[in-house]
Write a protein that binds this ligand. Structure first.
Ligand code: SAM
Length: 331
């Protein structure tokens, strides 16, 4: 397929960042994401095979995608993930390839993933306290996650960023502790607002800790300086005293960044979504398995991007949650 014009939507935004979910399964059961018993996992034949992911990523590369983030579920539970990373690297030698993970299997996999072409990881870490980590994830795995972060550092999957979902009354008393940890370790911690995407539908607005509050609490102890925001949705801050590390805030609920959103998503069963909160998706797996050409797949993608909506409507009375939760879409 010859190179195509970029993926532009009706509001002039260019989609050039693709989240690729490689599984809907997860080895954690974070209370704000998934029920204790798990979900009804997709049957294996409904998951995209590695060859199919490689082919679709190749089509996206021709459509101007510049970065791919591997996600899930938990991507490291997909067998032989380094092979898939190698295949993606092959179709996109210039692609920025990163992954978001809970980190528990990184100690074993970091080196192989880096050798296959992965450049960076973001590790989700919602508590620095052993007992609370266990309560929030329903897994007693904090030390494993720290080992995973260290392994990612050693393998050069750097900078290892940390994502922390802040939930009022659960872990919002750890903000200053996270800031201290960031200063000690040099890892940037990004605080994410809790979104209405949990499978058990127990999200309430009262449980959202606004980014402004996060910045106020941390800044009162460790004064902050705003850094030039990169094109990422996270607003970034360093320390006035120039200590290592720093923080970011992702204000998906209180200050949505839809007007600059460049993200697109491919679910593990081959559904294309132009927004995390989209109510519909475009099936790419079906047409691909029925023999669609790359050009036909590109046309399907382009048509879906063209009608990307202006933004999610969490703050509007007519907000409707998508029927799929975060782990099923690929966070
Ligand atoms: N398992 C991988 C991980 O932990 O990064 C990738 C998938 S996970 C669904 C991606 C991110 O979504 C994690 O940082 C997780 O904390 C976050 N997440 C899950 N449910 C969320 C929710 N309801 N609101 C905000 N973030 C959520």
């Amino acid at each position: 397929m010859t190179p195509q014009p970029p993926l532009v939507d009706g509001f002039g935004r260019i989609g050039d960042d693709l989240r690729v979910s490689v599984t809907d399964r997860c080895n954690f059961r974070c209370t704000y994401c998934m029920p204790e018993e798990g979900l009804d996992w997709l049957p294996r034949d409904q998951l995209l095979h590695f060859e199919e992911i490689r082919r679709l990523v190749g089509v996206f590369v021709e459509l101007g995608i510049r970065s791919v983030k591997i996600t899930g579920g938990e991507p490291t539970v997909r067998a032989d993930l380094p092979s898939l990373i190698g295949m993606i690297r092959e179709v996109g030698p210039e692609l920025e390839i990163s992954m978001t993970t809970n980190g528990v299997l990184l100690e074993r996999q970091a080196q192989a993933l880096a050798e296959a072409g992965l450049q960076r990881v973001t590790v989700s870490l919602d508590s620095l306290l052993t007992h609370r980590f266990k309560e929030m994830t329903r897994r007693d795995a904090l030390s494993k996650v720290f080992a995973g972060i260290a392994a990612a550092d050693s393998a050069g999957l750097t900078p290892v960023k940390i994502n922390c979902v802040v939930i009022a009354g659960t872990n919002d008393d750890e903000l200053v502790e996270f800031a201290r940890w960031s200063r000690d370790t040099g890892h940037v911690v990004r605080f994410i607002e809790y979104m209405p995407l949990d499978a058990e539908r127990s999200w309430e607005r009262e449980k959202v800790v606004a980014s402004s509050e996060v910045l106020g609490t941390i800044g009162a102890t460790y004064p902050l300086v705003g850094l030039n925001s990169d094109p990422e949705p996270a607003a970034s801050f360093g320390w006035q005293d120039e200590a290592p590390g720093g923080i970011g805030v992702i204000s998906s609920v209180t200050e949505p960044f839809c007007d600059t959103c460049n993200r697109l998503r491919l679910t593990s069963e081959g559904q294309f979504r132009s927004c995390l909160f989209a109510l519909d998706s475009t099936d790419l797996r079906g047409p691909m398995r029925e023999g669609a050409t790359d050009l036909e797949l590109a046309d399907l993608i382009r048509a879906a991007v063209a009608v990307k909506w202006e933004g999610h409507r969490i703050n509007h009375p007519d907000f409707v949650r998508p029927d799929k939760s975060m782990s099923m879409i690929g966070g």
